[in-house]
Ligand binder design. Structure first.
Ligand code: 3IO
Length: 334
């Protein structure tokens, strides 16, 4: 009986200790829209591990991949209102909402994800755009340059005529200039759209061939080097304000590093994904001619002008921001 009581007392003390530890720390929720295997969620899990390690567990992160907490289009509002503490948004799903960050989605032919991601981060830090003032930006990154993945071969630009392809943001306008039929929808809805046949392919980065198994239905890949999609990881402002200073410092110190880590991860992963797709499904990869690349470039010029007008309307010094972006791109691609 004595022994039992001692054991019971010890167990209660341990429980109390664990509860106290949990109380001393803060738990935050982190919502993401695509499935767990995809790169936005891989970077989320890496961020969680690093944060919990670097804060010695003072901050714990509960992750919700696959739109289990918030979806692609209610992510921004959901974080602003505190349904989730942290959320990952693809800014191309919010036309007109991010007039500054849209600059990263312009057809300037980024060659690596790492360069595009670091460019986005540096631009944000320098200008602190008004459109992100009501949330805390934890990190920023992009997808890799966008390519066509389709059920029917696109060996030349003429093959695009009337072809319905899923995309978002500026790529939609380029597709219409090429005679294709761009269908705007979030990445997370694309598996169903492909399966139902409402689109015959998509324009995004090659990581999705493996991570969504799109290689199975989209056996034809065409190298177009279209724009990257910008992503922002944002935190509810009141939640951020409530965090202790030492935790804030850990998160601030991680922002740029996380951006670079994600860029490097994706640059490696698109290669691995394409090789996997060749091995698994014998996908074919088509290269366009120089003249065709020139045509794509030509179609991009009015988009840059349109961005300048929209940015100026939002009070952004468009010429300076664009010049800065191109300088950062050159620096990081050197
Ligand atoms: C993307 C979005 C979600 C999951 C994996 C992804 N790989 C590339 C993208 C970019 C994209 O097409 C988009 O809609 O953000």
């Amino acid at each position: 009986m004595r022994k039992l009581l001692t054991l019971l007392a010890a167990a209660m003390a341990l429980t109390g200790l664990l509860a106290a530890t949990a109380l001393a720390g803060t738990m935050v929720t982190y919502a993401n829209f695509p499935p767990a295997k995809t790169f936005p969620c891989v970077q989320m899990e890496r961020w969680k591990v690093e944060v919990e390690k670097r804060t010695n567990g003072e901050l714990t992160v509960q992750t919700f991949p696959g739109s289990t907490l918030l979806g692609p289009k209610n992510m921004l509002r959901g974080v602003q209102t505190g349904q989730a503490d942290i959320g990952c948004i693809s800014t191309a799903y919010y036309p007109g909402v991010f007039p500054f960050m849209d600059v990263v989605n312009l057809p300037v032919a980024f060659t690596t994800t790492e360069a595009a991601s670091l460019t986005m981060w540096d631009l944000y830090l320098k200008y602190q755009p008004a459109e992100l003032k009501d949330v805390k930006v934890l990190t920023l990154f992009t997808s890799a340059p966008s390519q066509i993945m389709s059920k029917e071969p696109v060996k030349a630009l003429d093959d695009l005529s009337g072809m319905p392809l899923r995309a978002s943001g500026t790529i939609l306008q380029i597709l219409s200039g090429l005679g294709a039929h761009g269908v705007g929808m979030p990445m997370s809805q694309t598996p169903e759209a492909l399966q139902k046949g409402v689109v015959k392919g998509l324009v995004s980065s090659f990581d999705v061939l493996k991570d969504f198994n799109f290689a199975e239905s989209c056996r034809y890949e065409t190298i177009t080097n279209l724009p990257v999609y910008p992503f922002a990881v944002i935190m509810n402002k009141a939640k951020w304000d409530s965090l202790p200073d030492d935790v804030k410092k850990v998160l601030d110190d991680l922002g740029r590093e996380q951006s670079q880590w994600t860029g490097q991860y994706l640059d490696n992963h698109i290669k691995e994904s394409l090789q996997w797709s060749k091995d698994q499904y014998q996908v074919e990869v088509f290269e366009l001619t120089g003249a065709e690349h020139d045509k794509i470039k030509e179609l991009g010029t009015p988009l840059v002008d349109e961005w300048k007008v929209a940015a100026a309307k939002a009070g952004i010094d468009a010429e300076t921001v664009l010049a800065d972006m191109l300088a950062l791109k050159a620096k990081y691609e050197a």
